[in-house]
Design a protein around this ligand. Structure first.
Ligand SMILES: CCCCC/C=C/CC(=O)SCCNC(=O)CCNC(=O)[C@H](O)C(C)(C)COP(=O)(O)OP(=O)(O)OC[C@H]1O[C@@H](n2cnc3c(N)ncnc32)[C@H](O)[C@@H]1OP(=O)(O)O
Length: 433
């Protein structure tokens, strides 16, 4: 069986820039800027070889679409129409190459050669002069991918990869666990998670799947499941109030975990998206349990109505949805729309569903939230901890069981073709393969 990890592993190896099969493997001739060097309208074999060499000198990855075109034209120019058997569905790289080459049909070798040379020439011309170097580290702030600070009895853990929309790497999962362990013992009253930049967090870093150990993809899925389970367990067992300051869009695991938080304050710019269906995944972070629970009818009596509607606060639209439906059905439907079908919620909608405590206008978000949190730190810390423990202790065992079940399901999902294809699509669109 070909698994996602095998495919991605193979893709990562084979699709790195300069390694897309034959066009980049011919012997290297003199480097000659083709758009300057070729004057005749018909491209010669020498022009083709120069073009191949030119491609090798490109510093910027031209993207998979261009690489496929180059591959197909080169094969057509040197071997004629596609003569390979069609690869299997799961052999994604060879299938894409085969499709591109076959699509050229009976294009004459000379025309393919000319098209190859012209394509390289136009792309080389377009890339001159070389674009200026990017600012250091893509604008990432000093302090690493995760920044932990402790001030005024608040420990703050900040996702700090704004250039990657704060996607969580494997290292960051480990570092967050260490930060939580430290925060559980320090003198802070509250522990806050927030994001630096435009996003709160774009969820699991999808390139985490490309790092396959020598033991193979099953081992990767197994260790990922263990890591995820330990990671979520840290949130379940965390002894102090957890606060999410959701400064912008939140995706995937950064949303599901919110069900384990005590306070979730959101900017009105934030959105909440769990695209598990499209990604071939299933829910994690105990959301399969917490979301139906919080989005159920018991929330309706707690839903904040009115006072800040339109300028923050929650709007009570959920009551409308109740009409004509049994309450039990509503519980299922609301959580299902998010977790199974990947419906993205606005901050107001998330608040109405009980996922968010309160929404603030983005312009005053930071000021209002941090003022509120500082005031909470003045409360007697032991009373705060005790109240929280009383509220949490009854459900803890259940949450651990849910977490274990979700991780088991995901371990299978990560090895599935549905997930493979979705991750490959994402990475491929961004030229990461
Ligand atoms: C131990 C394992 C535990 C596993 C736990 C499982 C968790 C499940 C999940 O979290 S599922 C959710 C996974 N996340 C996503 O599917 C989001 C993917 N990202 C996007 O859809 C988009 O990037 C976006 C909507 C977040 C933002 O789109 P936009 O067009 O505004 O920006 P770009 O796409 O150009 O992104 C900018 C750069 O950031 C990189 N990036 C963003 N998100 C991720 C991500 N999740 N993983 C890896 N990389 C990400 C993107 O590739 C761009 O990088 P580049 O500039 O180098 O191309």
């Amino acid at each position: 069986m070909t698994t996602m990890a095998q495919v991605i592993c193979g893709l990562a190896r084979r699709w790195c820039f300069g390694a897309l099969g034959s066009p980049l493997q011919v012997p290297c001739l003199q480097a000659l800027p083709l758009h300057l060097g070729r004057t005749a309208t018909r491209a010669s074999q020498r022009d083709l070889e120069n073009a191949v060499h030119q491609v090798k000198l490109w510093k910027k990855d031209p993207g998979n679409e261009v690489k496929l075109k180059l591959y197909a034209l080169y094969k057509q120019a040197t071997e004629g129409p596609c003569n390979l058997p069609k690869p299997g569905m799961m052999d994604l790289v060879n299938k894409a190459k085969w499709d591109a080459w076959s699509a050229l049909g009976s294009l004459p070798k000379e025309t393919a050669r000319e098209n190859y040379v012209d394509l390289v020439s136009s792309l080389s011309a377009a890339s001159e002069p070389p674009s200026p170097a990017k600012p250091a580290a893509d604008g990432e702030q000093a302090g690493g991918d995760l920044v932990v600070t402790s001030e005024n009895h608040i420990t703050t853990i900040t996702f700090n990869r704004p250039a990657k929309k704060n996607a969580i790497t494997t290292q960051m999962y480990q570092d967050i666990m260490l930060a939580l362990q430290a925060a559980s013992k320090d003198d802070s009253v509250l522990t806050v998670l927030t994001g630096n930049g435009e996003y709160y967090c774009s969820g699991n870093d999808l390139t985490n799947f490309t790092d396959i150990p020598p033991e193979g993809p099953e081992e990767k899925a197994r260790t990922n499941a263990i890591l995820l389970r330990e990671f979520v367990d840290c949130f379940i067992d965390f002894p102090k109030p957890l606060v999410a300051v959701v400064n912008g869009p939140a995706v995937g695991i950064s949303v599901t975990l919110l069900g384990l938080f005590d306070l979730v304050y959101a900017s009105d710019r934030a959105t909440f998206h769990t695209p598990f269906g499209p990604l071939g995944l299933s829910p994690e972070g105990c959301s399969s349990y917490t979301f139906p629970k919080m989005m159920g009818p018991s929330k309706l009596s707690r839903t904040k109505v009115g006072s800040r509607a339109g300028e923050g606060g929650c709007q009570s639209q959920a009551t409308v949805s109740l009409q004509g439906r049994g309450l039990g059905q509503l519980v299922f439907l609301k959580a299902a729309e998010m977790l199974i079908f990947g419906r993205k919620l606005t901050a107001q909608e998330a608040c109405a569903q009980g996922l968010v405590t309160e929404v603030f206008p983005d312009s005053t978000f930071q000021k209002e939230v941090w003022t509120r949190l500082r005031a909470y730190t003045k409360l007697p810390p032991n009373a705060v901890r005790t109240s929280r423990e009383v509220m949490r202790s009854k459900g803890r065992e259940r949450l651990h069981a849910v977490n274990a079940e979700e991780c088991g399901a995901l371990q299978q999902r990560w090895l599935s073709e549905e997930c493979t294809s979705a991750v490959v699509r994402f990475l491929s669109r961004r030229g990461k393969l």
